[in-house]
Design a protein around this ligand. Structure first.
Ligand code: RUG
Length: 825
C-alpha cells in the first residue's frame, strides 16, 4: 500500500470548524471551486449541491477514521444485503447527525439564502418500493447511531421507484430521474469495479494436486461500479458505509464499429449492461423482466461478496470470514449470495465442500418479510441454469445433502422430504429461494410476533419443526431521528422540554411522558402542535396538488403501497357508505364527524386491480369533493407520488392511522409505528405489528376490528362467499350498489363493474366480511373524537407507549439473537 511522507498526510484528517464563519467559508469554497460559480451567479441547484458537499466535509474525517478502525480491529461487521434502500432525503439527516442545523441556517442566511429553499431542492433517492426498503434505511441509521460496524450493500438504480402522476384519475408512471441534477451524496470508485460473469457452462478438470474440480466458463460479463454513501450516526461521530452498485459494460464502446458508421451497434454492449441497474424491480410479468430481475440480484450480491473479501479479508484467509461478517439477507432477493459464496470458496479459494459449507452457514441469516405465497420468490431452473449454471449445480448439491439429512431424520416420510426440497417440481421445476435461505441461514426471522409465529406454524412449518432453534422473531422498528425529530420538530421539541435530551437514542424513555397525559397544559401544547402540523400539511398540499383543505376535520390517513390485502377498497367502502347515507338522508349532516380522508399509494405498473382501485378512489374523490351537500363534512384527497418526503409531513399531521389489512397478511407494517409515535390513534385489525401496538398502547386507545387470523383461516376452510355479506347487510348493499350504479363514473355502469364483481364473487382478502365491524369501529372513532380531551389523552399515551418501536431496539434484538456483533469502541 501507499506510504505517504508529508507530515500533513500522516496527521489524522480533520473536520472544518463548527462555526458559522467556518461553514460560510467551506460553503463558498464549494460553490466557487466545485460548482465553479460565484454566489451572485449561482442557481438554487448550485447552492443545494454546494451545501450538501459542505456538510459532507464534516462527516468525512469520522468516516475515514471509522473505516480505518474497522479494518485495524478486525471488528465483526454486519453486511446488510438488500435490493432496496429507501433512504429519503439526505440533507436534513446529515445536518442533524453533525449537529449543524443552526450553524448551517445562520451561515446561509448570512449569504442571503433561505435554507428551506435548498432543502426543498433535494430529490429523494427512491431506491425502494415501500416498507422493506425503508426498513433497511432505518436499520443502517440505527446501526451507525449505535456505533455498530455495518456495510449496506445494494443497487444504485438509475431510475428508482417511478414518479406517480394521475391523468384523468388514472395512475401514469413517469421515470424517476433522481440523478439528473447531480448526486452530491455519493462517492464513485471506478477503481474498485468488480467483474460479474453470466451464462456459459461449467466443466470439470483435475488440478495440480490431482483433485477433481469444477470451473465456470461464463459467456458474458459486466462491471459493477461501486458508489459509496456515508451513513452517519446521530451526533456520535460514527459514520458507516452504504455501497451501491451500478452496472457498466466491460467494453463500453466499440470504436471500429463506430467508425464503420454503425453508431447504435457501437454502444450495444453498454446499453445491454447498463440495463441491469437501470430501474428498480422492473415489471416481472414478462419473461424478459423476470430474467432482468435475477440478473440484478446476482449482480449486486456477486459484487458485494467479492468486495467484502477484497476489502476486509486482507490476509486472504477466507476461513476467518465468519469472524468478520454476518450477511443479513433482506428477504429472498439477495439469496443467490449463498451459492455465490460457495462458488467463491470452493472453485476459487479451493476449499473443500464441507469446509466451505460450514463457513457459509455461519455467514448468512435470513429475514422473511411476507406470508403471501406469491411474494416468496422461486426461480425456474431453466432460467437459473442458463444465467448461472454453476450456481444451479451448487444449489442441487446443497439440496441433495440437505434432503439426505431430512430422510435420515424422518425415515419413511418421503412426502416430508419432498415438501422441504429446495427444488419444487410443480408447476415447473424451480428453486424456492426462501427454502434455500432457510437451509443456509444460521437464523431465520420474521418481522413481528404474529408474523414469526405464522412463519413457524405455516409457511416454513416443516423447517421450524426440524430446526426449532433456528427461528426467531425481531419486530420491526423505525428511526426516531427521521420520523420524529426531523418530521415532527414541534413534538420533538415538546418532548425534549419535558424529558430533557437523550430520548432520541433511548426511545423507551418516552414512557416518562405517561403522567403528562393527565396534564392539561401538556395536552394543550400537544394539540397545538398537531394543529400546526396539519396547517403545514395543508399548505404543502395546496402548493403541491392545488387542494384546499379545512383545518378542523378529523384527519384520517391511509398511506402504503396499493395492494388488495392492505384493503384500500375497505377504506373506500367506508367513505362511500357515509356519503350514501348522507345523500339518501339516512343520516343528518350534523350527525357526521367532519373528516378529511387522505390516501397515498402507488400501484405496481402491471397490477391491474390495484390501478383500477386508484381510479375508483380518485373518482369518488371527484364526486364527493364537488358535492355541495357534503362540502363541510367530507373531503377525499389523494396526493400523487406518495414517498418518504411526503410521509414526513403527512404522518405528524394525522389523527387516525388506517392499518386495516386482512389479519395474517401484513407481515409487520412500519407506517403503523410511525403514526403511533406521532400521536395518531390506530384503527386496525389484529395483524402484523398492530398486535404489538395494541398490546402496548392499550385496547382503550386503539380501535380494533375485524376477523382474527384463526377466524380468517376457519372462514376460508369452510368456504367464503362474499355476496352473502352483501345480501345480508343493507348498508353494504347500498354502498356497493352506488358504486355499481355509475354514480362515480358519469353514469357508466361498466367502469367499476370488474372491481365490484371482484368484491362480490372473489374478495380474496375478505373486505366484505370485515365491513360491518369496520364501520362500527369507525363509529367508535367518531364518538371518541367528539371528546377532544379524551382523544388528546389517548394520543399522548400512544406516543408514550410506543418507544418499543425504535429501530434501535430492533437492532439490539438482531445483535443479541442473530448477529452477535459489538459496537466499535
Ligand atoms: O409487506 C411487508 C411489511 O409488512 C413489512 O413491514 C415490511 C418490512 O418488514 O416489508 C414489507 N414487504 C414484504 N415488502 N416486500 C415484501 C415481500 O417481499
Amino acid at each position: 500500500s501507499f506510504q505517504p511522507t508529508h507530515p500533513l498526510a500522516l496527521a489524522p484528517v480533520t473536520s472544518p470548524p463548527h462555526s458559522v464563519d467556518g461553514f460560510v467559508r467551506e460553503f463558498l469554497r464549494e460553490l466557487n471551486t466545485d460548482a465553479g460559480v460565484t454566489l451572485s451567479r449561482s442557481t438554487v441547484n448550485d447552492q443545494y449541491l454546494s451545501l450538501a458537499r459542505t456538510v459532507r466535509h464534516y462527516l468525512s474525517a469520522r468516516w475515514l477514521e471509522n473505516t480505518r478502525k474497522v479494518r485495524e480491529t478486525k471488528a465483526k461487521m454486519v453486511g446488510y444485503l438488500s435490493a432496496e434502500f429507501l433512504l429519503g432525503r439526505q440533507l436534513g439527516n446529515a445536518l442533524l447527525a453533525t449537529d449543524l442545523e443552526e450553524i448551517a441556517e445562520k451561515a446561509l442566511a448570512e449569504c442571503g439564502i433561505d435554507i428551506a429553499t435548498l432543502r426543498a431542492q433535494e430529490v429523494e433517492p427512491g431506491l425502494g418500493n415501500g416498507g422493506l426498503g425503508r426498513l433497511a434505511a432505518c436499520f443502517i441509521d440505527s446501526l451507525a447511531t449505535m456505533g455498530v460496524p455495518c456495510i449496506g450493500y445494494g443497487i444504485r438504480y438509475e431510475y428508482g421507484i417511478f414518479r406517480q402522476t394521475f391523468v384523468d384519475g388514472r395512475q401514469v408512471e413517469q421515470p424517476d430521474t433522481w440523478l439528473s441534477l447531480g448526486s452530491p451524496w455519493e462517492f464513485p470508485h471506478p477503481e474498485h469495479a468488480v467483474q460479474v460473469d453470466f451464462g456459459g457452462h461449467t466443466e470439470t478438470y483435475t488440478d495440480g494436486d490431482g483433485v477433481e474440480r469444477t470451473r465456470w466458463v461464463p459467456a458474458w460479463n459486466v462491471l459493477g461500479m461501486p458508489y459509496n454513501y456515508m451513513v452517519p450516526g446521530y451526533q456520535n461521530g460514527q459514520v458507516n458505509t452504504l455501497r451501491l452498485w451500478s452496472a457498466q459494460a466491460t467494453k463500453a464502446f466499440d470504436l471500429p464499429t463506430f467508425n464503420s458508421g454503425d453508431y447504435a451497434d457501437a454502444v450495444r454492449a453498454q446499453t445491454f449492461a447498463e440495463n441491469i441497474t437501470k430501474v428498480l424491480y422492473p415489471e416481472d410479468s414478462t419473461p424478459q423482466g423476470k430474467e432482468l430481475r435475477l440478473q440484478q440480484q446476482y449482480f449486486f450480491v456477486a459484487c458485494s461478496i467479492r468486495d467484502f473479501l477484497d476489502r476486509f479479508i486482507l490476509d486472504g484467509d477466507v476461513t476467518t470470514l465468519p469472524e468478520r461478517v454476518i450477511f443479513q439477507l433482506n428477504d429472498t432477493h439477495p439469496v443467490i449470495a449463498v451459492p455465490e459464496l460457495m462458488r467463491v470458496l470452493v472453485d476459487i479459494e479451493k476449499l473443500d465442500w464441507d469446509a466451505a459449507w460450514a463457513i457459509t452457514k455461519q455467514c448468512f441469516a435470513y429475514t422473511c418479510h411476507t406470508l403471501l405465497p406469491e411474494a416468496l420468490e422461486v426461480w425456474p431452473t431453466e432460467l437459473l441454469g442458463r444465467l448461472l449454471p454453476r450456481h444451479l449445480e451448487i444449489i442441487y448439491r446443497i439440496n441433495d445433502e440437505f434432503l439426505a439429512e431430512v430422510r435420515a431424520a424422518y425415515p419413511d416420510d418421503e412426502l416430508r422430504a419432498r415438501q422441504m426440497s429446495i427444488i419444487a417440481e410443480y408447476p415447473e421445476r424451480s428453486v424456492r429461494m426462501a427454502y434455500l435461505a432457510t437451509v443456509a441461514g444460521s437464523k431465520v426471522n420474521g418481522v413481528a410476533e404474529l408474523h414469526s409465529q405464522l412463519l413457524r406454524d405455516k409457511v416454513l412449518h416443516d423447517f421450524s419443526e426440524y430446526w426449532p432453534e433456528k427461528f426467531t422473531n425481531v419486530t420491526n422498528g423505525v428511526t426516531p431521528r427521521r420520523f420524529m425529530r426531523l418530521a415532527n420538530p414541534g413534538l420533538s421539541g415538546l418532548i425534549t422540554e419535558t424529558l430533557g435530551t437523550g430520548w432520541l437514542t433511548d426511545l423507551e424513555r418516552l414512557a416518562e411522558l405517561e403522567p403528562y397525559a393527565e396534564d392539561a397544559d401538556f395536552r394543550d401544547a400537544f394539540v397545538k402542535i398537531k394543529e400546526a402540523n396539519k396547517t403545514r400539511l395543508y399548505r404543502l398540499l395546496q402548493a403541491r396538488d392545488g387542494v384546499a383543505l379545512p383545518g378542523h376535520h378529523l384527519l384520517d390517513v391511509m398511506v402504503k403501497r396499493l395492494h388488495e390485502y392492505k384493503r384500500q377498497s375497505l377504506k373506500l367502502l367506508h367513505i362511500v357508505s357515509i356519503y350514501e347515507q348522507i345523500i339518501t338522508g339516512k343520516v343528518a349532516l350534523d350527525q357526521i364527524t367532519p373528516r378529511t380522508f387522505v390516501f397515498g399509494a402507488k400501484a405496481a405498473p402491471g397490477y391491474r386491480i390495484a390501478k383500477e382501485t386508484i381510479y375508483l378512489i380518485n373518482s369518488v374523490a371527484k364526486v364527493v369533493n364537488s358535492d355541495p351537500l357534503v362540502k363541510d363534512v367530507l373531503k377525499v384527497v389523494f396526493p400523487a407520488n406518495y414517498n418518504v418526503t411526503l410521509a414526513e409531513t403527512l404522518i405528524p399531521a394525522a389523527d387516525l392511522s388506517e392499518q386495516i389489512s386482512l389479519a395474517g397478511k401484513e407481515a409487520s407494517g412500519t407506517g403503523n409505528m410511525k403514526f403511533a409515535l406521532n400521536g395518531a390513534l390506530t384503527i386496525g385489525t389484529d395483524d402484523g405489528a398492530n398486535v404489538e401496538i395494541r398490546k402496548l398502547v392499550g385496547d382503550e386507545h386503539f380501535f380494533l376490528f375485524g376477523l382474527a387470523e384463526p377466524e380468517v383461516a376457519e372462514l376460508q376452510a369452510k368456504g367464503y362467499h362474499p355476496h352473502e355479506y352483501y345480501e345480508s347487510d343493507p348498508q353494504l348493499k347500498a354502498t356497493l350498489d352506488l358504486i355499481a350504479s355509475g354514480h362515480f363514473s358519469g353514469g357508466d355502469r361498466s367502469v367499476f363493474e370488474p372491481l365490484v364483481s371482484n368484491l362480490l364473487y372473489d374478495d380474496r382478502f375478505m373486505a366484505l366480511a370485515d365491513f360491518k365491524d369496520y364501520a362500527e369501529a369507525q363509529a367508535r372513532v367518531d364518538a371518541a373524537y367528539a371528546d377532544q380531551e379524551t382523544w388528546a389523552r389517548s394520543a399522548v399515551l400512544n406516543v408514550a407507549r410506543s418507544g418499543f418501536f425504535s429501530s434501535d431496539r430492533s437492532m439490539r434484538d438482531y445483535i443479541d439473537r442473530i448477529w452477535h456483533t459489538q459496537p466499535l469502541r
